[in-house]
Design a protein around this ligand. Structure first.
Ligand SMILES: [Zn+2]
Length: 101
């Protein structure tokens, strides 16, 4: 099993032997830390994104975002994990072979 990518918090094995990675992603260069959770299937490439609710207008007003950010993504990550589990149970796409294997 290969090393998990940075920010990956969960990995699900699909029925097609690919993996679905759930990753907390820093989507905005101007924002410190992750702001969304992404589930990505390595078999079929289907992608599911859950935004943590970062609000640029609120930031520009000087409001603290820590409360708004979905308690550190707890809800978004839980939702992405549910999606990944469900997707892994039915995705039969094979992972694309890597060069040299
Ligand atoms: Zn898939």
């Amino acid at each position: 099993m290969s090393t998990w990518p940075t920010g990956t918090v969960a990995r699900y094995l699909t029925v097609g032997t690919a993996t679905v990675d759930v990753t907390e992603v820093a989507a905005y260069p101007s924002v410190e830390g992750p702001t969304e959770t992404v589930a990505l299937c390595g078999g079929c490439g289907e992608r599911h994104v859950r935004d943590w609710g970062f609000d640029f207008e609120a930031r520009d007003r000087g409001e603290d975002q820590s409360e708004r950010l979905d308690s550190g993504g707890a809800g978004a990550t839980a939702g992405a994990r549910r999606w990944a589990q469900s997707h892994a149970e039915r995705c039969r796409a094979l992972p694309k072979p890597e060069a040299g294997r």
